[in-house]
Design a protein around this ligand. Structure first.
Ligand code: ATP
Ligand code: MG
Ligand code: MG
Length: 550
């Protein structure tokens, strides 16, 4: 095994120097992209291209997505699954591929793949098979990965997602992408490159963790569509609990296949950009590739069927390793795993222990409400805008926060949503906090909104109370209101007196108003607001001032 690792390290060095060479080649393209950006008004795709001709090419995008299955143990061994554990602390003999060890299939991983398949409208194969896919890499000690190449667990699904029309927040269009298949497979280990010591270290904690590979048909045409589809998938997996799908922690990794062609003509040769770990980078990598390939074809060149990497610092893709001639994975059936057989209520044999089998019908019954349905329900139930329903679901915990406020406040949900999204979420983002870390509880916000609703407080004063609540000192909105004397001035006589004082002190402005310049009235209203520290109802101030001036 030591020899294999040494050989692998040698291979890695060669690979990395090719990547570095590629990075330099890629930089030249960035210059092209910058020129293109400057000349964007005149020419859409790079500076040198004829806009109309470039527009005849359209992008074709197909994604392969690896989602780490949410399970306590690995796909074929009982080693624990844990993020950021000390290197090589979660490795069984099987994970390290010691001879004589055998795989034992993790039922939880199978159930997760079935549930994901059902949520994506796939056909679940009652019988699926495991295969060995061979390739040589230091962090793959067996020299092969167990996957499902011939007969995967789920096929022929559909993912429905929505995206904005022309970047307009309030207009959404619904699109679908076909899911070709979902296959169960093992993750590899991790190679950690130490450039200072010029060595590569292997961590096998990740080796053997269960993955679902979702292969999409090439139904998308640009980065924006792919990013929207991935974000929707991410939410679905999280709602199902089948993957945490956190892209920055590597639980959801995307390979983007991109080609360009002229409509009506066959698809072009695809390049594959590997291992993208953010939706934003995915969109950028795809759009970059479409421009790069369009430029090559317009200049009479050919697009190579190659694997590329996205350099997020340079914003470009660079070649990784050649896929010309297609890498031979030498697929073969996995001899140590029998076919995986799934049952439903009808096919379940009478003498079978239900604990020993996976029953598709039981999983179907446990399917939770999917994000698209939840968003629709939120819009109908609370009459909020569709784009707000997206925000509620995209931020972990925000939907529950909103609903908990709505449950106990008298305020209209459409008012609540404004406070939750603009004020609460705005503050959370500013301070890089999650909803669960919010210093303001749903009940405190509900109480504040009730004070507003019952006209005990003005809206500017409510903002002040919000700021105080944000300090997290445990005071209730009513306590803050009393301590800071922020209650609305109810006494009309008192307010009339304040207005009178402002009028007397600002005779010049009063003259202007009387001459017909009504804009100055807003200045006086502002002065009264200042005088009352936001504690007066702006409508009442305006009425009183108008009564006194006209
Ligand atoms: N002409 C094309 N342009 C863009 N994408 C394509 C094109 N043809 C196929 N694709 C996409 O390429 C992907 C092929 O994935 P698949 O897993 O079948 O094979 P692979 O990429 O060769 O193998 P590997 O799993 O080793 O990466 C699919 O997502 C498919 O939609
Ligand atoms: Mg694949
Ligand atoms: Mg691929």
């Amino acid at each position: 095994m030591r020899l294999a690792v040494m050989l692998a390290l040698h291979a890695l060095k060669g690979l990395r120097s090719r990547v570095q060479r590629g990075a330099r080649a890629g930089c030249q393209l960035v210059d092209g992209a910058e020129q293109g950006a400057r000349a964007r008004k005149k020419k859409k795709i790079f500076g040198r291209l004829d806009t109309e001709r470039a527009d005849q090419w359209v992008g074709v995008v197909g994604l392969e997505i690896h989602a780490q299955i949410c399970s306590n143990s690995k796909l074929f061994s009982s080693s624990r699954v844990q993020f950021a554990a000390p290197p090589n602390s979660l490795v069984s003999f099987f994970d390290a591929s010691l001879p004589g060890t055998l795989p034992v299939l993790n039922r939880r991983c199978v159930e997760a793949a079935v549930m994901t398949g059902l949520a994506l409208n796939c056909t679940i194969n009652r019988k699926s098979l495991f295969d060995r896919k061979h390739y040589f890499y230091a962090d793959l000690p067996a020299g092969y990965q167990i996957t499902q190449q011939r007969l995967p667990i789920a096929v022929n699904g559909i993912l429905t997602y929505q995206l904005q029309v022309d970047k307009k927040h309030d207009q959404l269009k619904t699109q679908t992408v076909r899911i070709k298949q979902i296959q169960l497979e093992q993750d590899s280990g991790k190679s950690l490159h130490d450039d200072n010591r010029n060595q590569t270290l292997i961590d096998l904690n990740r080796a053997g963790i269960g993955l679902m590979e979702l292969v999409m048909e090439p139904d998308m045409c640009c980065g924006e569509e792919a990013a929207a589809a991935v974000q929707e998938l991410q939410l679905i997996l999280q709602v199902l609990g089948t993957s945490q799908a956190n892209m920055s922690e590597g639980q959801l990794r995307v390979d983007a296949n991109i080609s360009v062609h002229r409509p009506g003509e066959p698809y072009g040769v695809r390049a594959e950009v590997k291992n993208i770990n953010s939706a934003r980078f995915l969109a950028k990598a795809i759009d970059y590739e479409i421009k790069r390939q369009t430029e090559i074809l317009e200049n009479g060149g050919i697009v190579l069927n190659e694997t590329r990497a996205f350099d997020f610092k340079l914003g470009c893709t660079t070649p990784m390793r050649d896929k010309e001639g297609k890498q031979d994975y030498r697929f073969m059936p996995e001899p140590n795993l029998p076919p995986l057989i799934l049952f439903d209520a009808k096919s379940l044999p009478a003498n079978m222990n239900p604990q020993q089998v996976v029953n598709i019908d039981l999983i179907q019954e446990r399917l939770p409400e999917l994000p698209r349905v939840t968003r629709k329900r939120l819009v109908e139930q609370y009459r909020i805008l569709p784009e707000h329903s997206f925000t509620l679901l995209n931020e972990d915990g925000l939907k529950d926060f909103f609903q908990n406020v709505v449950k106990v406040t008298q305020a209209d949900p459409r008012k609540v949503i404004g406070w939750v999204i603009n004020d609460l979420l705005g503050h959370l983002k500013q301070e890089n906090l999650t909803v669960h870390q919010s210093p303001i509880s749903p009940s405190a916000l509900a109480e504040l909104l009730d004070l507003l609703e019952r006209a005990i407080i003005s809206s500017p004063a409510a903002k002040q109370v919000f700021q105080e609540l944000w300090k997290g000192e445990g005071k209730t909105p009513t306590q803050i209101l009393e301590e800071k004397n922020l209650g609305l001035i109810q006494d009309r006589k008192h307010l009339e007196q304040i207005c009178q004082n402002v009028i007397e002190e600002h005779q010049e402005q009063v003259e202007g108003i009387k001459k017909g310049n009504k804009k100055i009235l807003n200045k006086l209203i502002g002065l009264v607001k200042m005088e009352t520290k936001g504690r007066a109802d702006p409508v009442m101030i305006k009425t009183i001032l108008e009564e006194k001036l006209f």
